[in-house]
Design a protein around this ligand. Structure first.
Ligand code: N2P
Length: 363
């Protein structure tokens, strides 16, 4: 219930009727849509699905699923807007969904056709970034934390100061993700991760400039890459999406993660149907499949990400339900300590964020 109550603070509104989850493909038809092609192409965050679940889908439907991965929303958007890639489904975070709608990249998911849509927890339905769930289904989520390998280094405090403070000995990596990096600096300074105030953004930019000039700054990297650097004890600290770290902790229990005391970011990652999808029928069959309780639970039990599926909850690994990074508490949300990244209003603000990022990456 913790997760649900927290998620309700998202600005979600209405409740769907409680109904029994419909098992996919066994006792009921998967979807009324026809399957138009034999290959489904998905553009997804890396390490974000259980390969066994993909294999089962391929076998059951006699199709091939090709998954290409990305490490940030911005790189995903650049590839999709560049054209040329013919994906059926993509996996944007909440805060770029409206950008994709405006760019006419999406078509409705057709939730009426998805028998398993009713499995979703009410707190995740009808979100402010997609009223009525026209274009998105919630897939997974997690907060972003700071991680370390206790075999190499134990942080003296649970604070972003380890990275942004004056100490120059700690070796660290940051996510190659503009909203996460700028968001972390803003949180450290006591500001909102969605601020449009020029003075606050200038302060964050100056802090980040000093930070990437530190001797200890190792690199900008994707989540799984940071996990691997921690596993190999190449860095002391890494900013990381919590699920990516927990995947590593399952392998080596010296890997630890915490949510810094000044607060941190969270986002919901969604699945969307691209307007240019060559196989919208097969894509909807897949959407319905991942909404199945067993399938959804298998995905989160493999990836260690937070799960928005109410019917899947009893099947989740208990570890997931107690991990604060994967499942922030009500108090984390209420206090603003864990803050959702929202889309910035079109205009000058997104350009300021872009400029800060370009400036940092060119240093
Ligand atoms: C998976 C990262 C997903 C979290 N590697 C991004 N919000």
């Amino acid at each position: 219930m913790t997760l649900l109550a927290g998620a309700l603070l998202l600005g979600a509104c209405h409740r769907v009727a409680d109904s029994e989850p419909t098992p996919e493909g066994t006792t009921s038809p998967v979807t009324t849509a026809r399957n138009d092609g034999r290959t489904l192409r998905i553009f997804m965050w890396s390490d974000y699905i259980d390969p066994a679940v993909v294999k089962t889908f391929e076998k059951r439907h006699g199709v091939k699923v090709v998954i290409d991965t990305f490490e940030s929303n911005e790189s995903m958007l650049a590839k999709l807007q560049g054209g040329g890639a013919s994906y059926d489904l993509a996996n944007p975070s909440n805060y770029v969904v409206q950008t994709m709608v405006r760019a006419r990249l999406l078509q409705p998911v057709g939730k009426e056709e998805l028998h398993n849509f009713g499995n979703l927890a009410a707190g995740f339905l009808n979100p402010n970034f997609d009223p009525g769930n026209v274009y998105t289904i919630p897939y997974q989520f997690a907060a972003t934390g700071l991680a370390y390998n206790a075999g190499r280094y134990t942080p003296p405090v649970d604070s972003w100061a380890l990275i942004f403070g004056p100490d120059d000995r700690v070796k660290f990596a940051l996510l190659d993700d503009p909203r996460e990096v700028i968001g972390a600096a803003l949180k450290y300074l006591g500001y909102s991760v969605n601020t449009g105030r020029v003075e606050e953004l200038r302060e964050a930019r100056n802090l980040l400039r000093r930070t990437v000039r530190k001797k200890g700054f190792e690199s900008f990297a994707g989540g799984p890459e940071i996990r691997n650097k921690l596993l190999a004890a190449q860095i002391d600290l890494g900013q990381i999406y919590v699920g990516d770290l927990l995947q590593g902790a399952a392998e080596d229990d010296r890997l630890k993660v915490f949510l810094p005391r000044e607060g941190t970011t969270i986002s919901t990652d969604t699945l969307v149907l691209l307007r240019s999808s060559p196989n919208p029928g097969l894509a909807r069959t897949f959407l319905n499949y991942v909404l199945n309780a067993e399938v959804s639970a298998a995905i989160s039990n493999y990836t260690y990400y937070g799960n928005p599926n109410r019917a899947a909850r009893p099947l989740l690994d208990p570890l997931l339900l107690t991990q604060r990074g994967a499942m922030p508490t009500d108090e984390d949300f209420r206090s603003g300590r864990v803050e959702f990244i929202n889309e910035l209003p079109p205009g000058t603000t997104p350009r300021i964020y872009d400029r800060i990022w370009t400036d940092l990456k060119s240093r």
